[in-house]
Design a protein around this ligand. Structure first.
Ligand code: GTP
Ligand code: MG
Length: 199
């Protein structure tokens, strides 16, 4: 082991239609739990979770948005300044795949220019009810240069892997800041740099 350990903070947002499993994915990642009857999110929920990668602790500050149509206008508030976004669809619901594409377009037009986008094809445990094929999802992701993973919040398949894949793509350039020596600390209220990174 060599070098100093640094902690990097990143704002991550989850977007997607209602009931695709955004909250379940976050709850699985943060608390390793799953609820069959997860309540629809109202407004948005905020959670945090850390991952350790080599000499870096990646701290995700996660905004789990509400997918119901009436909350749509709030979304820009949550994806603005986000370093990463997980766009979720339900593999048993083709309309939610179309919804996911429109979220990806919106992020590409109005999100941070360097935002890392991951597409989560969720509820992959429901193979017998699948309507969006793995190939369709992969082709779309390839064309748009984004991450794509089959996930299941229910069985935990690929949930941690998805966040790890995102963490690997986060900018981790150390800064001339003595606080990089280790530990974690709150993000300053007015960050000097738009992208999340080591503070
Ligand atoms: P909004 O908050 O309204 O935007 O919905 P959401 O995207 O957060 O969906 P939520 O996480 O509340 O999940 C909706 C329902 O889908 C829940 O009752 C879950 O039980 C179910 N669900 C979520 N993920 C999975 C999964 O991977 N597999 C299966 N079988 N069911 C899932
Ligand atoms: Mg929710």
């Amino acid at each position: 082991m060599s070098g100093t350990h640094q902690t990097c903070h990143y704002k991550l947002v989850l977007l997607g239609d209602t009931a695709v499993g955004k909250s379940c994915l976050v709850v699985r990642f943060v608390r390793d739990e799953f609820f069959e009857f997860q309540e629809p999110t109202i407004g948005a929920a905020f959670l945090t979770q850390r991952l350790v990668l080599d000499n870096t602790t990646v701290k995700f500050e996660i905004w789990d948005t509400a997918g119901q149509e009436r909350y749509r206008s709030l979304a820009p508030m949550y994806y603005r300044g986000a370093t990463a976004a997980i766009v979720v669809y339900d593999v048993t619901n083709p309309a939610s795949f179309e919804g996911a594409k429109s979220w990806v377009r919106e992020l590409q037009r109005r999100g941070d220019p360097h935002v890392v986008i991951a597409l989560a094809a969720n509820k992959a445990d429901k193979e017998d009810k699948r309507k969006v094929t793995i190939e369709e999802g992969e082709e779309y992701a390839r064309e748009n240069g984004i991450i794509h993973m089959q996930t299941s919040a229910k069985t935990a398949m690929n949930v941690k892997e998805l966040f790890l894949e995102i963490a690997k793509r986060m900018p981790k350039q150390p800064k001339e800041d003595p606080r990089n020596a280790g530990g974690s600390f709150p993000i300053p209220p007015t960050p000097t740099k738009k992208e999340g990174c080591c503070k």
